[in-house]
Design a protein around this ligand. Structure first.
Ligand SMILES: NC(=O)c1ccc[n+]([C@@H]2O[C@H](COP(=O)([O-])OP(=O)(O)OC[C@H]3O[C@@H](n4cnc5c(N)ncnc54)[C@H](O)[C@@H]3O)[C@@H](O)[C@H]2O)c1
Length: 376
């Protein structure tokens, strides 16, 4: 019998579902050192939604009091899948109670908060992870391995976009994601945070940034009547950067990219080759190599489903593709391995903090219309 580790999840909507699916399936596909037990799901209130959610995903009990859940001595792991403003208080309380913590991105509202979370977790000796799930895509991990092997040489460009279009209708109602006091930022924290983490993962640390932010629709309806509320979080943010290794970066995120639902794409151009990834083709990498014979050169598709590719042995035979939900299963597996081996999880709160530093610098750059150096 494997030792059991009891898990509490806070937040039961979109990410609550994605994480719950991962908790429910991780031990079916990976050989873990211990068995995660889905103990309690916690939301803002006890209602039909949370009861149904717990039943559907297999959480043993429900709660509407995260402080109680976190301080329950039976709980070993806290999964924070709530909206952004609550990450800091919940994580700090969980760390204080000695729990291992996985927290959704953006890790915090500001770099200062994120640094406090990272420092507290390190001091307490708990394992901490920031849920940048795109680092858990086999094709992206494989891209990193190819970069490390020198397949594309020195990186010159990292160009990334992350597009959605769910706000194009000006009558779409105001939600917490439009409120800077609840979300910390809009498209920037939601989508650029993923791109910045991938940039740091694949290219390295960012040296300086220059950017711009826009709110296209200034107010949105609330409730049934004619009342509207001012939008305070960005609808779109674009920025440029220099990496410490000399590469150039460009990042575009928008919730007004008409027709694009969840379109994440990046290209890496190096001195010896190039790599391209698109989330809608999650199992594929496009690779161009100058080492191929002249005449044979061209972008080719690597189908990242061979048993030499990351995580694939846990799934299906070559060519039997995996999907978006698998990234969360991989994330939970990495987190549980880190707990078992008492090593740092990756990406950790350190990565959440470093990303948040870039996010904050872009906001200053946009406000002050200038380049902002990160370690100034
Ligand atoms: N990794 C990804 O790809 C990805 C995708 C979407 C969202 N996210 C992140 O996940 C987090 C949650 O986003 P979402 O889309 O699930 O939002 P959501 O609005 O669908 O759900 C938020 C949940 O948090 C709960 N909540 C908020 N404050 C709470 C509190 N104080 N106590 C108890 N419950 C509380 C709400 O009741 C709700 O269940 C955000 O930080 C978001 O940025 C990550």
């Amino acid at each position: 019998m494997k030792p059991k580790f009891n898990v509490a999840i806070i937040g039961t909507r979109f990410m609550g579902r994605a994480h719950s699916n991962a908790w429910a399936n991780v031990a079916r596909h990976f050989n873990l050192a211990f068995e995660p037990v889905m103990k309690v799901a916690c939301g803002r209130q006890i209602d039909d939604h949370i009861e149904g959610f717990a039943k559907q995903y297999g959480w043993e009990t429900v709660s509407d009091k995260w402080e109680e859940v976190i301080n329950d001595p039976d709980i070993d792991i806290v999964d924070i899948s709530t909206s952004n403003k609550s990450h800091f208080p919940i994580a700090m309380a969980a760390i204080k109670a000695g729990k291992h913590v996985i927290c959704e991105k953006p890790l915090a509202m500001t770099a200062d908060e994120a640094h406090q979370m990272y420092s507290a977790a390190q001091k307490a000796g708990v394992i901490h992870m920031t849920a940048f799930n795109y680092r858990q895509v086999p094709a992206i991990i494989y891209a990193k391995e190819m970069i490390a092997k020198g397949k594309i040489g020195d990186i010159r460009h990292f160009d990334a976009v992350y597009y959605q279009d769910w706000l194009i209708d000006p009558e779409f109602p105001f939600v917490w994601r439009n409120d800077i006091d609840e979300a910390g930022s809009g498209a920037h924290g939601d989508m650029n945070a993923h791109l910045v983490d991938l940039a740091r993962y694949l290219v390295g640390e960012i040296d300086d940034v220059s950017g711009t932010q826009t709110i296209f629709v200034k107010s949105r309806p609330i409730g049934e009547g004619n009342e509207r509320r001012l939008v305070s979080a960005d609808d779109a943010t674009s920025f440029l950067c220099h990496f410490e290794n000399g590469a150039l970066g460009s990042f575009i995120t928008s919730r007004f990219a008409t027709g694009r639902k969840n379109y994440l794409k990046f290209e890496l151009f190096g001195s010896k080759g190039s790599l391209k990834f698109e989330l809608e083709r999650l199992n594929e990498l496009q690779f161009y190599s100058t080492m191929d014979e002249t005449g044979d050169q061209g972008f080719r598709t690597i189908l990242v489903t061979e048993n030499v590719h990351p995580f694939i042995n846990a799934w299906w035979p070559p060519g039997h593709i995996i999907g978006w939900e698998h990234t969360f299963i991989h994330e939970i597996k990495q987190f549980l391995d880190a707990i078992a081996q008492k090593t740092d999880a990756s990406p950790s709160f350190f990565d959440g903090w470093k990303t948040q530093q870039v996010m904050d610098a872009v906001v200053i750059a946009a406000k002050e219309k200038r380049w902002v150096k990160l370690n100034a």
